[in-house]
Write a protein that binds this ligand. Structure first.
Ligand code: GLA
Length: 500
């Protein structure tokens, strides 16, 4: 018994680096992220003494090694995940075992992937061949999303921690909170649901989602619609499998599962295609979705590259991102929202500007700022996709997400776009014409001190005494002549409707 234990230990013990020639060269590995997802990764290393340089590759992106050391058969590599200041760092710790490297890789806060790497040749690092793209043609309106989509999306709060149980919990919370009845009907599962492809090339779900069809049936049974996510690249932004080369096959799978809303995220497609190919790339998937015969809302996620608002509708996009990712802070939320105000005129029934998923209730902003967030998205006719944990939200968060008067602005059936009325010294007034000759007006104070703000009726093409209602105070302010003036708190909003 003792001999057996010792021999096992010897077998698994690290072989000192000295006994190895060198770990320089290209190594390939299938990293398991523990949820059934397999991440193909490569290490392209150069060892000089105890120092390692080179690149760590995954999702077809090269991540330069920022620090690498090897000693006694163990190595430690740090690599830059993407350029930022400071750059987020991935860590790969490994042991040299004969002609293999046993690896543990920390990609982002919560993603720990494990695998064994074997030597391969540098050709393995070549990008997949660029597939031909269809000729451009204008797609007719698919008749969906007559008002901006409303619902919940898993990404902002849960990121890769989303799973079947969590999604079911959100469905139940949408019902019990009253959000479903207020119009939040899409339940969108964002990145990290995917498993490997099966032997026929069909995409499968990973262990976090044991039965995607079963989950979709549950979501439908409670009166909701199902949203799912992929990328036109070989991988998604989190390195899970994308739809590259499998567009039609994947569209059929989604339709068979009962998907009603599909978000298509550019991610590493940019390593294969040019930005100017985007229109054809999105059109390809749009055609594939349509040929399933299932009505599916199509959400273009490409961070506003190549002025997506100018062609998004032509490729059958029901919404398109206008900016980079939102984060749960004033600066990013305001940047996304007010940048979208500049192109607000592109919003129309069936085709909406998308400044990203809501951060309301995620904790990084004040309630004042979250009211501004909700008001701005509504004035913009932007999708209202809650991005928080609905099971534990506070009464204040509920009051913001469930302000039915603000939701009514967002969902106004005319779907007319917002206009910027005035903008100076961080004080922005935006207005949107609504049904029944009513206007919604948002007085947004982006500055760091309270400020008096005004809107003149003549700016709206109106005059005389008009009825004013404050939608956050839930109060009629009576008939007011010529103009409306009020003090607005820093980072706050006063949102009113104005009518004859
Ligand atoms: C991108 C998108 C996000 C989210 C993540 C998922 O960053 O812009 O909305 O879908 O990918 O990886």
């Amino acid at each position: 018994m003792r001999i057996f234990v010792i021999s096992c230990l010897l077998f698994f013990a690290a072989v000192p680096a000295a006994a190895q020639d060198n770990i320089s060269g290209v190594w390939a590995t299938d990293l398991s992220t523990g949820d059934g997802n397999i991440l193909r990764a490569y290490l392209d290393l150069k060892q000089s003494g105890d120092q390692i340089t080179g690149d760590f590759w995954y999702d077809i992106n090269r991540r330069p090694v920022s620090k690498g050391t090897v000693a006694n058969g163990k190595f430690h590599i740090e690599f830059i995940l993407w350029q930022d200041t400071p750059p987020p760092i991935g860590i790969c710790d490994g042991v040299v075992q004969g002609d293999k490297l046993r690896l543990t890789v920390n990609l982002l806060q919560d993603v720990v992937a494990k695998g064994v790497a074997t030597r391969t040749t540098p050709d393995a690092l070549a990008l997949p061949a660029r597939l031909p793209l269809p000729a451009l043609h204008d797609l007719p309106d698919n008749g969906l999303a007559r008002t901006p989509p409303m619902g919940w999306d898993s990404w902002n709060h849960f990121q890769q921690r989303v799973d079947d149980i969590t999604v079911r919990g959100m469905v139940d919370a949408l019902v019990s909170s009253g959000m479903r009845d207020a119009g939040y009907t899409y339940v969108n599962i964002d990145d990290t649901w995917q498993g490997p492809r099966d032997s026929q090339g069909n995409i499968t779900n990973n262990l976090k989602f044991p039965n995607m069809k079963g989950l979709a049936d549950y979501i439908h049974s409670k009166g909701f619609k199902v949203g799912l996510y992929s990328s036109p690249g070989p991988n998604t932004c989190e390195g899970y499998l994308g739809s590259y080369g499998h567009e039609e096959q994947d569209a059929k799978t989604y339709a068979a599962w009962g998907v009603d809303y599909f978000k298509y995220d550019w991610c590493c497609a940019g390593r294969i295609y040019q930005d100017s190919d985007m229109r054809a790339v999105y059109q390809k998937m749009s055609d594939a979705l349509r040929s399933t015969g299932r009505p599916i809302v199509f959400s273009l996620c490409q961070y506003g590259k190549d002025d997506s608002w100018k062609w998004g509708a032509k490729v059958g996009g029901n919404l398109w991102r206008t900016t980079g990712d939102i984060t749960d802070d004033w600066k990013h939320m305001a940047a996304n929202g007010f940048r979208t105000l500049e192109i607000a005129s592109y919003a129309q029934p069936g085709h909406w500007n998308d400044p990203d998923i809501l951060e309301i209730g995620n904790g990084g902003m004040t309630n004042e700022e979250y009211r501004t967030h909700m008001s701005l998205w509504s004035i913009l006719a932007a999708p209202l996709l809650a991005g928080n944990d609905l099971r534990t939200m506070s009464e204040e968060t509920k009051a913001i997400l469930l302000n039915t008067e603000v939701i009514a602005i967002d969902q106004d059936p005319l779907g007319l776009p917002a206009k910027k009325i005035s903008d100076h010294d961080d004080l922005t007034v935006a207005a949107r014409p609504l049904k029944n000759k009513t206007w919604a007006v948002g007085l947004f104070n982006r500055s760091t001190a309270p400020a008096k703000m005004s809107v003149a009726w003549s700016d709206l093409g109106l005059h005389g005494k008009l009825y004013v209602r404050d939608l956050w105070a839930h109060k009629d302010l009576g008939r007011i002549a010529d103009q409306f003036t009020i003090e607005v708190p820093s980072h706050g909003v006063v949102l009113i409707t104005v009518r004859r």
